[in-house]
Design a protein around this ligand. Structure first.
Ligand code: TYD
Ligand code: MG
Length: 450
């Protein structure tokens, strides 16, 4: 068959062109020309894997047949937790993360265990079959049942499915995968997009749960088109600090569960181990209270955790004071400093301020504001906050007037302390003997607490 003529299209103005160029001749934008999938080739690939295509008629919502057990366990509780209670059949999960963080390891650990019960297929495009097998042996994983395939071509992978009929499949990685329907190189935006869209259709039509491993760029974004995140059902990010062995999997998009849910692991000689008491790793256990250290109850997803916030405030000798934030948003730090100065009268304009969330955890919630303010004050005044004080902010958002506002219901936070208190305001909480609550409604109350 004669090779189909490639067509190109501009991402910005959608003009179609017969050949590629660096700049769009119409809208003049750079690097926006992409190859279009050839229709002939797509027709061929779809006919190969068209297993149980659904009819395209209108159907009543009630009449849609739903599977009785749509979820199954990944055999790793922390991974089930971020997925919202297990893996949904026919769903596509994108797992992104830095190189060497443990993406291949965790998926191999999960798949070998799943394969004891159901068919599972691990498609490796980056490592050789020997490497995968050696890792499974070294980690003592049950390796009798898992099927492996070394391939990077979507059509070849689909052709192999007839024999293995997996319930769950891993593609490691989506950046090395390509489809014959495009002529561009693997890893290019159009290849990643087209390969993903074929795999998404495959998952839906054949009820296969698919994990796609994705690389991240230096800026921390998933490599490939942003649209990739829209195409899949769930996007998980593997985060972690190279200086610690703890690794965190965070759900940033989930069509089947809560987002911002965290799964916490430790990388050990025997692969990734689940951390059963995550609060222990986010605290730095001082014997005596130290200035600038505050413990807060953070709520990520559905699990409240104790996290230590550390601040160092020191006189600046540069013309422009430094504000460095690790694990917390730096714009928010700048805003809190401005509020402290404007409404609290705390002169921080000539101070360097460093903020850190212990253990490499990244806190996105505004509930950290109260703890950050207290930690900064404690360091600035060189007065320790008792380690019996726990900040139980119910989501703090100091408005521009300096008054705190409530953002969302947060009844789970106090439960983590074995208490059934109903919090209606921000509280700073003494955890000595009996629980004593100090309500904090206004920035001035916070300043008085220390
Ligand atoms: P890997 O899963 O290959 O990372 P990714 O697929 O995300 O690139 O993990 C490799 C890293 O994990 C490597 O730096 C070594 C470390 N590691 C351990 O410390 N212990 C182990 O048991 C394994 C398998 C890996
Ligand atoms: Mg890998």
């Amino acid at each position: 068959m004669a090779k189909a003529q490639a067509q190109y299209q501009c991402r910005e103005c959608a003009i179609t062109l017969p050949k590629w160029s660096g700049q769009c001749p119409d809208c003049k934008s750079w690097n926006s020309i992409e190859e279009l999938p050839s229709l002939v080739a797509i027709g061929n690939t779809t006919s190969n894997w068209h297993g149980s295509s659904e009819s395209a008629g209108v159907i009543n919502l009630n009449a849609v047949p739903t599977s009785s057990t749509p979820r199954f366990s990944t055999e790793i509780d922390e991974l089930d937790r971020v997925l919202g209670g297990g893996l949904v059949r026919g769903s596509v999960v994108l797992l992104g993360g830095d190189p060497g963080i443990g993406k291949s390891t965790i998926l191999l650990q999960s798949l070998t265990r799943i394969s004891v019960q159901q068919n599972a297929l691990y498609v490796t495009g980056e490592e050789s079959l020997q490497q995968v097998s050696m890792r499974a042996q070294r980690l003592n994983l049950p390796n009798q049942h898992l099927n492996l395939l070394s391939s990077t071509c979507v059509e070849e992978i689909i052709a192999q499915l007839g024999t293995s009929k997996p319930a769950v499949m891993v593609i490691d990685s989506i950046q090395t995968t390509f489809t014959n329907s495009l002529q561009s190189a693997p890893g290019s935006i159009s290849q990643i997009r087209e390969s993903t869209s074929i795999l998404v259709r495959l998952a839906k039509q054949n009820n296969i749960a698919i994990f796609l491993v994705g690389h991240v760029t230096k800026e921390g974004q998933l490599a490939g088109p942003r649209v990739l995140e829209h195409m899949v059902d769930t996007v998980l990010y593997f985060e972690g600090d190279n200086s610690t062995r703890y690794r965190i999997i965070r759900a940033v998009k989930n069509r089947f569960g809560a987002v911002n849910e965290l799964g916490i692991f430790a990388m050990t000689d025997e692969g990734l181990k689940q951390v059963s008491n995550p609060s222990a790793i986010f605290l730095s256990h001082h014997d005596q209270p130290v200035p600038g250290s505050v413990i807060m109850v953070s709520r990520e997803g559905t699990r409240p955790m104790l996290v230590e916030i550390q601040a160092l405030v020191t006189e600046s000798h540069a013309g422009h004071p430094r504000r460095i934030s690790v694990g917390l948003e730096s714009n928010r730090l700048a805003m809190l400093l401005a509020i402290l100065q404007r409404h609290g009268g705390i002169p921080l304009y000539d101070q360097d301020v460093f903020i850190n969330a212990v253990g490499g955890v990244r806190i996105a919630e505004t509930g950290a504001d109260l703890a950050v303010i207290l930690a900064i004050l404690s360091s600035f005044r060189d007065r320790p906050v008792s380690n019996r004080i726990l900040v139980l902010a119910k989501w703090v958002y100091p408005g521009r007037s300096g008054r705190y506002r409530t953002e969302r219901d947060d009844s789970a936070r106090p439960k983590s302390m074995g208490s059934k208190l109903q919090l209606s305001q921000n509280r700073i909480c003494h955890t000595h003997n009996k629980l004593k609550l100090i309500p904090v409604n206004h920035l001035a109350d916070t300043l008085d607490t220390l």
